[in-house]
Design a protein around this ligand. Structure first.
Ligand SMILES: Nc1ncnc2c1ncn2[C@@H]1O[C@H](COP(=O)(O)OP(=O)(O)OP(=O)(O)O)[C@@H](O)[C@H]1O
Ligand SMILES: [Mg+2]
Length: 358
């Protein structure tokens, strides 16, 4: 592993902001640290950068123990949410700044800035000031300032949080492309699951200073290891209930019975999640020929159009269910009666403590 965190913790007063984190990041990996506000993501990143000293544990970069090295001796660069460009310096001078700090010769500075201007498509903007740039261009300059020192790794702390959705999605593609081309690890902090899912090879889900799971993005999304991850990643419907006498179904608190994909101990308390896009809809007029378990009679309360998808809010008894369906499928209208199919194989199931039942 190129970057290793070995039992890293950080205590502030009585709070463990980072709590016994051990993880390894590969030489050309894009890794996201994904977690809610206050979970310890920034602290973890600052520990890798050397801006924060861990209370316990070690940080290794490229085989070297850097725990006691200051930031500028670690060869990693960090990009922040507030890009912190110097307002009274040109793009060129903003990009040259880290190199001037290193006291590099002028010719080398010119050459390296030109390299970064080239890869980030900033050509022609070198003489402008930050307030003469678009949000995306400012973001690229910030990224360029991270890359200009040719770091061994780039650490990014919510760099797209201030951009609108469309620009953010463009920048996601761009950042991912730069990471692949440069072949250095990017460690990307975000609380936004879409960002983490769009760019990462692997995602570390951070919760209360600990790594809840560290796995391929598809595993995080498709096979969430804990109820916390099922709740935090993707959008889903949650049911609570108790396993029935035969062990093959769950009597839910909302008064329905759901068939399980595999038998469980009877009388066990469980929670079930089903992603919105896994809930299939059929008309309730009897023309639907499909059958199978877990057919819930609902009424459409609201339809929200999201371009290629329609989000349905369904009334089911006295609770709501959420379904997300492609617009290419039959559309349903507010007030229409529908059957929501919930395939047992699509259920993610956890104990009440949030772990998968053994
Ligand atoms: N300098 C500090 N002094 C005291 N407590 C701190 C300090 N920095 C962070 N904390 C606490 O450590 C915990 C983790 O903070 P951190 O900034 O790492 O979270 P985060 O996951 O980056 O959150 P956000 O998504 O809001 O940026 C929080 O409880 C925070 O209040
Ligand atoms: Mg933070």
């Amino acid at each position: 592993m190129y970057i290793t965190l070995d039992g890293v913790s950080r205590q502030y007063d009585s709070v463990w902001a980072v709590d016994r984190v051990t993880m390894g990041i590969g030489k050309s990996e894009f890794v996201s640290l994904l977690g809610p506000s206050g979970s310890g993501k920034t602290t973890l990143l600052r520990i890798i950068a050397g801006l924060e000293k861990p209370t316990t544990g070690r940080v290794l970069i490229d085989g070297e123990d850097v725990t006691d090295l200051p930031p500028h001796r670690r060869g990693v660069a960090m990009v922040f949410q507030e890009f912190l460009l110097f307002p009274h310096r040109t793009v060129f001078e903003n990009l040259a700044f880290p190199l001037r700090m290193l006291k590099l010769p002028a010719a080398e500075i010119t050459e390296r800035v030109a390299w970064v201007v080239g890869i980030l498509s900033l050509g022609g903007l070198e003489k402008r000031y930050p307030n003469q740039l678009s949000g995306g261009q400012q973001q690229r300059v910030a990224l360029g300032r991270g890359l200009v020192g040719r770091p061994k790794a780039l650490l990014l702390d919510e760099p797209l949080a201030n951009l609108d959705r469309e620009l953010r999605q463009e920048m996601e593609v761009e950042i991912r492309r730069h990471q692949s081309a440069l072949g250095i690890p990017f460690i990307y902090v975000t609380h936004n699951q879409e960002e983490a899912l769009s760019m990462s090879d692997r995602i570390a889900v951070v919760r209360k200073g600990r790594i809840e799971d560290f796995a391929a993005r598809t595993d995080i999304y498709d096979r969430p290891k804990t109820a916390f991850i099922a709740q935090f990643v993707g959008r889903s419907n949650r049911f609570e209930g108790t396993v029935g006498a035969g062990g093959r179904s769950v009597a839910t608190r909302c008064g329905t019975t759901l068939a399980l994909p595999a038998p469980l101990d009877p009388a066990r308390a469980v929670q079930l999640f089903i992603k919105n896009e896994k809930l299939r809809l059929a008309p309730a007029d009897g023309t639907d020929a499909s059958h199978g378990a877990n057919r819930l009679a609902c009424t459409v309360k609201d339809v929200i159009l999201r371009g290629a998808y329609a989000d349905y809010i369904l009334a089911f008894g006295d609770r709501e269910l959420n379904a997300s369906r492609p617009r290419s499928e039959r559309a349903f209208l507010s007030g229409e009666a529908v059957i929501a199919h919930l395939n047992p194989e699509d259920i993610d199931l956890y104990d009440t403590d949030g772990e998968r039942p053994s």
